[in-house]
Design a protein around this ligand. Structure first.
Ligand code: ZN
Ligand code: ZN
Length: 285
C-alpha cells in the first residue's frame, strides 16, 4: 500500500532541490566552519545577543506566539519590531512563516503537514525546505493562509524582501568588527538558529513525553525548550495553541513566557492568553 506521507514528499523530491535556498544553506554551513579560527569573546557575546533577538524575540515571541497564534496583544511598532527580528533567522518573511505554521497546526502529522517526521526525521528537519519550489517569496500564494498579515503593506514588503534586514546587519557588522564578527554573528549564529528551530519540527514530533493526548505526534522536549527560548514544550503547545505560555508546569522553563510577563509589567504587551488547565495531573491522566 502506498504511504500517503511519502507520496506527498516524493512530489517535492521530483521538483529537485531548490537551488537558491540550498545554495544559501550550504554557504552558511561552510562559512560557519571558519568560526573555529575566529573566536573572540566579543564575537561570541554579539552572536548570543543576536540569537536571542532572532530566535527568542523574532521567532518564539513574534512569528509564533504573536503573528501565528495571536497569544497576546501589543503596539503596532513592537509587532513590526518582532517581525524584523524574525527575518534575522533567515527563515523567510512573516507571511511565509505564519502560513506554513498555520498549515502545520491544521494538518499536524497528516499528509498535508508541510513537515511531518512521519515522512522521515530528515524531511521534518530540513528536507521540506531543501526540496521543491522555494515559497519564501511567494507572498500571493501564501496570503490566503495569513490574511491578517497580508492586509498590511509593511508585512507584504517584508515578506518579499525578508533578506534585507539580515544583509544590512551583516554589512554593519563587517564595518564594525570585520569578517570574524560576521562569521560568528551572522553565519554561525544563523546556522545554529536554523537547526534550533528545525528541531521543533523534527525532535519535538519524535522524542520526549506527551502530557496531552493530541491527535498529532507532538512532544515536550526540555533541551529543545532551552535552545529555543521555550518552544520545546511542543505537546503543551499543540494542545493549547493560542496560549502564550508554553511551559505549563513550574519546572518547564519558558524564557519567552517570562519575557512576556516582564513586558506586560511595563505595559508593552497585554491580553496574554494562558491555557486553561485546572490540574496538570488531571491532564496527564
Ligand atoms: Zn508541531
Ligand atoms: Zn504553533
Amino acid at each position: 500500500m502506498s504511504n500517503p506521507y511519502l507520496e506527498k514528499a516524493k512530489q517535492q523530491y521530483k521538483q529537485g532541490v531548490s537551488p537558491v535556498t540550498t545554495g544559501v544553506l550550504i554557504v552558511f554551513h561552510v562559512m560557519s566552519l571558519f568560526a573555529v579560527f575566529t573566536f573572540s569573546w566579543r564575537n561570541l557575546i554579539v552572536a548570543l545577543v543576536l540569537h536571542w533577538m532572532a530566535v527568542g524575540l523574532g521567532i518564539s515571541m513574534g512569528y509564533h506566539r504573536l503573528h501565528t497564534h495571536r497569544g497576546f496583544k501589543t503596539y503596532l511598532w513592537f509587532d513590526y519590531f518582532l517581525a524584523i527580528c524574525g527575518t534575522l533567522t533567515l527563515e523567510g518573511g512573516p507571511i511565509f512563516w505564519v502560513a506554513t505554521h498555520r498549515l502545520h497546526h491544521q494538518f499536524s502529522d497528516q499528509p498535508e503537514d508541510p513537515h511531518s517526521p512521519r515522512v522521515s526525521g530528515f524531511w521534518a528537519h530540513a528536507g521540506w525546505i531543501i526540496f521543491g519550489e522555494a515559497q519564501h517569496d511567494d507572498t500571493a500564494r501564501l496570503a490566503r493562509y495569513a490574511p491578517d498579515l497580508s492586509k498590511d503593506r509593511f508585512y507584504r514588503w517584508l515578506s518579499g524582501y525578508h533578506w534585507v534586514p539580515l544583509t544590512t546587519l551583516g554589512l554593519g557588522l563587517l564595518a564594525w568588527g570585520g569578517w570574524g564578527l560576521v562569521i560568528w554573528a551572522i553565519f554561525l549564529r544563523v546556522t545554529v538558529g536554523l537547526h534550533a528551530t528545525w528541531l521543533i519540527n523534527s525532535a519535538t514530533h519524535i522524542f520526549g513525553g506527551r502530557r496531552f493526548e493530541t491527535d498529532d505526534d507532538s512532544r515536550n522536549v526540555w533541551w529543545v525548550a532551552l535552545l529555543t527560548f521555550g518552544e520545546g514544550w511542543h505537546n503543551n503547545h499543540h494542545a493549547h495553541p493560542v496560549s502564550a505560555k508554553h511551559g505549563l508546569a513550574w519546572y518547564e522553563f519558558d524564557w519567552t513566557w517570562v519575557s512576556l510577563k516582564l513586558l506586560n509589567a511595563v505595559g508593552l504587551v497585554w491580553d496574554l492568553k494562558v491555557a486553561n488547565v485546572k490540574s496538570l495531573e488531571e491532564a496527564a491522566a
